[in-house]
Design a binder for this molecule. Structure first.
Ligand code: HEM
Length: 109
């Protein structure tokens, strides 16, 4: 489905902003800053202490794209088995597309 970035912004507020910031001023909190995600290697934000599992997926070549983000948001532990992200996952496919459209607005690629 085609994502709606405005709906995605509202979802981000409700589901992600307790742990993540996004935008030019974003800093690492409970989770890493999510600015510039697309095309970036997983586990590579400077100064954030990732789980071993996420760090390893990054060295093994996991890069954040539409597909990999969709899988991680749907069920974090299926993609990154021992991820430290305490988020149950979003089952609704449209909601994931909306969120990804919003995340993409803060990426150059
Ligand atoms: C990691 C997205 C909700 C805590 C990540 C990463 C993404 C992401 C893409 C990997 C970033 C990277 O590789 O640099 C999201 C989205 C959320 C969400 C879209 C909402 C739908 C949350 C919540 C929490 C959280 C609610 C806290 C309860 C974390 C932590 C990590 C992380 C601790 C690092 C994981 C690790 O090192 O294994 N998140 N997240 N996230 N997130 Fe979230």
């Amino acid at each position: 489905p085609i994502g709606d970035a405005d709906r995605g912004a509202a979802l981000f507020q409700r589901q992600c902003s307790a742990c993540h910031q996004i935008g030019p001023e974003a800093i690492n909190r409970v989770g890493p800053r999510l600015t510039g995600l697309f095309g970036r290697r997983a586990g590579s934000v400077e100064g954030f202490d990732y789980s071993k599992s996420m760090a390893r997926m990054g060295s093994d070549g996991l890069v954040w794209t539409m597909q990999t983000l969709d899988a991680y948001i749907e069920n974090p532990k299926v993609l990154v088995s021992a991820t430290r992200m305490r988020f149950r996952g979003l089952q609704d496919e449209q909601a994931r597309s909306d969120l990804i459209a919003f995340l993409r607005e803060w990426s150059d690629r």
